[in-house]
Structures are given as structure tokens and as C-alpha cells.
Design a protein around this ligand. Structure first.
Ligand code: GLA
Length: 392
């Protein structure tokens, strides 16, 4: 059951839908954003990740139309955009890409669709590294799957959402964001093997502690191209190792020794990238063990280590993210912190003693403003269920 306090956005979605389209939606679906405890930039390298869905969501309300038109309305932008099912067109670099990309995937899968009205609302900050785009994609595909009785399984929908991101928005992302949004479970983190897609849930029992996201409010315009570049660098490293060890398929099969022998002499930069990924997979396995043993100090220490290496070896951090991690490290109440997601901006994830949060924020906000000229946004997040149908 969804707690009463979370009904407000659902209700306002229904009201706004009625106002916009002069009828009530047939269904409303919501899909959450995600956090990732550890295991960054490992998903597209067939490694492990440890994400969870959070209690902030994209909401999609839909109903069928009698024609082949697609009417999309986003509450945030107060704009109605109209598409034709048979002429979806190309990427527009707008919010509609996330929805049209999904429609495109469903069409390619041979799904029988007709026109529909759709309203999007969200309480997920955009570009903060909480995967608002995956939340929109998952909510959209889940809603259309239900509305048109398409019978796609959850994992099929996750894969289509990932492909839509590749094809329509041009980011060669891994599977983590959509998987976490779709498969999240309250108070559990997901240990996902991105090679086999086997996963299990691990209880996230943190007692008197809280996950705190600190948003730098930095959005890097080069983030997408740098992300794709990192992916290519990892692939290049694998290709070189494969020449000598044909059984190798990804960085998952590669040791530091192999990298030192083959990749380092060829290209020190590619060596650094690959080394980070191989070590990050090991860190994740250690963090899972620590979590199972209730050793949150160890989990925190590994988070700090991940940040350090993301900054120095993988080079996907930025000065604002580094500032936040360095600052909180001075406080014993913060067990661990690191940048989260693709990087170059967005937020840090922090494991903090709950009682110390107000004092920490009071200190951080002015310090961050002074150092960067930017405002700091703070989100205390809980771990929630994945994509779900709210009204049917
Ligand atoms: C982005 C991508 C994910 C993943 C992370 C880094 O969020 O969408 O697939 O690669 O970056 O871990």
C-alpha cells in the first residue's frame, strides 16, 4: 500500500490531466529515481552495481485516444506537444525524447499501439544524477504496456528503456538506472550482476543513519560525450587484452596484472580507466560483505575510496563534487561519501548519522556557496519500491 502522504502528486496528476485533456486518465504509473551505494561505471563493463530505488518519482498519467496522435504534456514545462504515431521524427533534445524514444522501441518490438494522451509530473530533480530520465522511461513503458495490454515482462521493458536511451538520446548508458527504477524494493538494495543480469536484494539496515544526497547544481554540457568516451576507452583496453587472452570479453575477466602487462605500456590513460573499473568491482564485493556483517564504517570507507579513484583514475568528478566530499570527510558523523552516477556534476551520496544532519547542512551550505558561488540542494532519501501502477 502507498502511504497517504504520498498521494498528493498522484491526485494533482489526475486533476491536471483532467484540466488538460478534459477527461480522467485511465491509469497513473510512477517510477522512482535511484541511488547507487557503490559500483560506479561498472554496469557497461559487465561488472556489479548496488543501486536502490528512492522515494522520489516520475508520474505518468495516460489514456487512449481515438486517433493516431500522441499528445504529451509536462507539468514542469507547461507545454503540450503533439506527435503522430507513424511519424515520430528524430531526437529533439527535449523532455519528449524520453517518451518518444520509448514509443519508438515499442513500435520496433511490433507492439500494437494507437494514439494516447499523456501527462508527466515529477518530484525528481533533473540532471542531479538521480536518474530522472530512467524514471520517466520506465514509467512511460510500464504505463503503455498496461494501457495497450502488450504483455512485455519487466526485464524486457528495462532493456527497451536502455535501448531508447542509446538510440534516441545518444547516451551509451548501462542498464543500472532502469533496472533499479523498475525492480526497486523498499528498504533493500539490489546487487546486480550486469553480465548475467542475476540479482538479489540485500536488506539495507542502517539504524540511526540516513542517506543524504547533496546536489552540486552543476550540469556539465560535456557529460554525455565524456561518458561515451570512457566507455570506448574501456572497450579499447579489453580489445588489447583480448589479443593475447582470447577468452576475455570484458573488464570483468581482466586482472590488474593483465592490465599492467598489456595495456599500461600501450597507453597509460587507458590503463588508468581500466584499472579503476577492475578495482571498483572488488570494492563492491567488499562493500556487500561489509553490509551483510552490518559494518557500515567499512562501507563508508569504501565509498570514500571510490570517490578518490573516480576523481583521480577515471576522471569523471569535478571541483564542486570534490569539494563536497573533502568537506564532509572532516566530520566523523559522515561515514562515507562519493560522487554518484555518471559524474561531471550531479550529486554526492553520503552516509550520515541522522542526528548530525541539521548541523552538517548548516555548515555545508554557506561553505559550498563561498567556495563555488552555487547553492547546495539537500535531499534525505529513503529506499522505495520500483515502478508501480497507482490507479487502474
Ligand atoms: C549513468 C548511467 C549508468 C551508469 C552510471 C555510472 O547513470 O546511466 O548506466 O553507467 O552513469 O555508474
Amino acid at each position: 500500500m502507498i502511504p497517504k502522504s504520498e498521494f498528493s502528486l498522484q491526485q494533482s496528476c489526475a486533476d491536471l490531466f483532467k484540466k488538460q485533456f478534459r477527461e480522467l486518465p485511465s491509469i497513473i504509473v510512477r517510477s522512482p529515481g535511484r541511488i547507487n551505494i557503490i559500483g560506479e561505471h561498472t554496469d557497461y563493463n559487465e561488472g556489479f552495481v548496488l543501486p536502490a530505488a528512492i522515494n522520489r518519482y516520475a508520474y505518468i498519467a495516460v489514456c487512449k485516444r481515438d486517433d493516431d496522435a500522441i499528445h504529451l504534456y509536462a507539468v514542469e514545462y507547461k507545454a503540450l506537444l503533439v506527435f503522430k504515431l507513424n511519424e515520430l521524427g528524430q531526437k529533439k533534445s527535449e523532455w519528449t525524447d524520453y517518451i518518444i524514444g520509448i514509443v519508438d522501441q515499442l513500435k520496433q518490438a511490433g507492439s500494437a499501439l494507437s494514439g494516447f494522451n499523456l501527462l508527466l509530473d515529477s518530484d525528481l530533480p533533473i540532471g542531479a544524477g538521480m536518474s530522472s530520465s530512467a524514471a520517466v522511461e520506465c514509467a512511460t513503458i510500464f504505463a503503455l504496456n498496461h494501457l495497450f495490454a502488450l504483455n512485455h515482462s519487466k526485464i524486457e521493458m528495462v532493456k527497451m528503456a536502455q535501448k531508447s536511451e542509446h538510440n534516441f538520446t545518444g547516451v551509451q548508458c548501462g542498464i543500472m538506472d532502469m533496472f533499479a527504477s523498475m525492480f526497486g524494493l523498499k528498504n533493500q538494495v539490489i546487487r546486480l550482476d550486469c553480465r548475467s543480469l542475476d540479482y538479489d536484494y540485500m536488506p539495507f539496515q542502517i539504524g540511526e543513519k540516513q542517506l543524504l544526497l547533496l546536489n552540486t547544481n552543476v550540469k556539465h554540457s560535456l557529460a554525455n560525450s565524456a561518458y561515451n568516451e570512457r566507455r570506448q576507452q574501456c572497450e579499447q583496453g579489453v580489445a588489447w587484452v583480448k589479443e593475447k587472452y582470447p577468452a576475455v570479453n570484458s573488464l570483468r575477466d581482466i586482472t590488474i596484472d593483465m592490465l599492467q602487462l598489456i595495456v599500461e605500456p600501450k597507453d597509460p590513460l587507458i590503463f588508468k580507466r581500466c584499472k579503476y573499473v577492475v578495482q571498483e568491482n572488488n570494492r563492491l564485493l567488499m562493500a556487500c560483505e561489509a553490509l551483510q556483517n552490518g559494518n557500515l564504517e567499512k562501507v563508508g570507507k569504501l565509498m570514500y575510496e571510490t570517490h578518490d579513484q573516480l576523481s583521480k583514475l577515471y576522471e569523471v568528478s569535478c571541483k564542486q563534487l570534490d569539494f563536497l566530499v573533502t568537506e564532509v570527510k572532516k566530520y566523523p558523523a559522515v561515514l562515507g561519501a562519493r560522487m554518484m552516477g555518471g559524474g561531471f556534476g550531479g550529486c554526492t551520496i553520503n552516509l550520515v548519522l541522522t542526528e548530525s544532519i541539521p548541523a552538517l547542512i548548516q555548515m555545508l551550505k554557506p561553505a559550498y556557496k563561498k567556495a563555488t558561488g552555487l547553492d547546495l540542494s539537500v535531499y534525505a532519501v529513503g529506499i522505495a519500491n520500483g515502478t508501480e501502477l497507482l490507479i487502474d
